[in-house]
Design a protein around this ligand. Structure first.
Ligand code: C5P
Length: 237
């Protein structure tokens, strides 16, 4: 893997239960974003045919955060192969065997030129040190993020989902190899919503993000395509 930084690209999160709304966003944003993200909310509400329909020919980030025994996660990866995702998430806390099973299923179920990148979620950003301790994890979130990040990469994952503030420590520990995907991004001057520890697109790019995930600052904008174009321009600037 080269040490040359990769250009940071833009994913839009289409968080809705409404198929017509998701389709309208996806159509309007085609050509203005690099990928669309559909996750648990939309898939459970609208079903996987709707996921396929909304994604159409656009690259799809399927954010389903798989977490089960290795055999079941492997089967899930095979089942999802018909959707041809480009990025697919699972929980690193499922452990080495679960991630290795997902890797093997992915390599087997997808043709080499259409294989998704498997991304591990380390510690949910909704968990602070006290919340983690209640689950039996001592030593704090930062340590656990680095521990699970290293385990994920050692278990064949392509990258990690991480908060903007974890980018620099993960790059320092793991180098350029992991694909790092970062939500919690807010363009300067935009409404923070419920996101607390935010960065601007340019700050996340400079901290080492390969992909930024932006939802409401695009989908709730008066002109979503213009909002996406402005973020893409900031990333390229
Ligand atoms: O609207 P907003 O830009 O906050 O959306 C961010 C997206 O990234 C949502 O789909 C959210 O679920 C997801 N996400 C997040 N923070 C994390 C992990 C995922 O905001 N720590």
């Amino acid at each position: 893997m080269s040490d040359t930084p990769r250009p940071t690209k833009l994913i839009v999160a289409l968080d809705t239960q409404d198929t017509a709304q998701a389709r309208q966003w996806a159509t309007g944003l085609a050509g203005h974003v690099d990928m669309i993200k559909l996750g648990l909310e939309f898939a459970y509400a609208a079903g996987f045919d709707a996921v396929s329909d909304v994604a159409g020919t656009q690259p799809l980030f399927l954010d389903l955060k798989l977490h089960d025994i290795p055999n079941t996660v492997a089967s899930a990866v095979r089942s999802l192969s018909r959707l041809r995702p480009r990025l697919l998430t699972l929980h690193a806390s499922g452990g080495r065997a679960m991630m290795q099973a997902a890797r093997a299923a992915c390599d087997e179920a997808f043709p080499a030129d259409a294989r998704p990148q498997l991304l591990a979620v380390t510690v949910l950003t909704s968990l602070d040190d006290a919340g983690l301790a209640e689950t039996g994890v001592q030593g704090g979130a930062r340590d656990q993020v680095l521990r699970l990040g290293a385990l994920a990469m050692d278990s064949g994952m392509d990258g990690l989902v991480c908060s903007a503030h974890e980018l620099a420590p993960l790059r320092q520990e793991l180098g350029r190899a992991p694909v790092l995907v970062t939500p919690g991004i807010r363009p300067a001057g935009s409404d923070q919503g419920d996101q607390k520890r935010i960065m601007t697109p340019a700050q996340a790019r400079d901290a080492g993000a390969d992909w930024i995930v932006v939802g409401r600052p695009i989908t709730r904008a008066a002109d979503p395509a213009a909002a996406a174009a402005a973020i893409a321009a900031e990333l390229a600037g």
